[in-house]
Design a protein around this ligand. Structure first.
Ligand code: AMP
Length: 115
């Protein structure tokens, strides 16, 4: 865990959040500035900056599994949803702890971007 990382603190309950799903390796909580009716962030409990930061395969599998759990729990597995991860400056990554945005609950349009 990184002491100055907000998502480390949330993922390890140093700071509490509105959790949607948790297991040993990952947790999912609501984005504080939702861009859609469902906007949940899925993060590993261990600190990894991006997807290319030597993330163990077990953790990657747990992240993808958690996306499915979030979609089912939020009732968007049939209506549809989008998963995005921002990595690095060109993607405008703000929080430097790997996170998957799970967006749904409205039509997200055909663009790859969530806007
Ligand atoms: P990005 O790093 O650009 O992929 O996006 C970071 C996301 O984290 C944004 O959608 C923020 O609204 C969200 N965010 C930042 N701090 C918190 C927090 N403390 N709790 C929940 N969501 C957060």
């Amino acid at each position: 865990m990184s002491d100055d990382c907000i998502f480390c603190k949330i993922a390890n309950h140093v700071i509490e959040s509105d959790y949607v799903y948790e297991d040993d390796l990952v947790c999912a909580f609501r984005d504080m500035s939702p861009a859609a009716p469902t906007h949940v962030l899925v993060v590993p409990r261990a600190h990894h900056e991006t997807l290319v930061d030597d993330v163990p395969a077990e953790t990657l599998a747990a992240l993808v599994h958690a996306v499915g759990e979030v979609a089912r729990r939020e009732g968007i597995s049939e209506s549809g949803f989008r998963v995005i991860t921002n990595a690095g400056p060109d993607a405008d990554q703000v929080v430097r702890h790997l996170h998957l945005h799970v967006l749904g609950g409205r039509s997200l349009g055909s663009s790859l971007l969530a806007e």
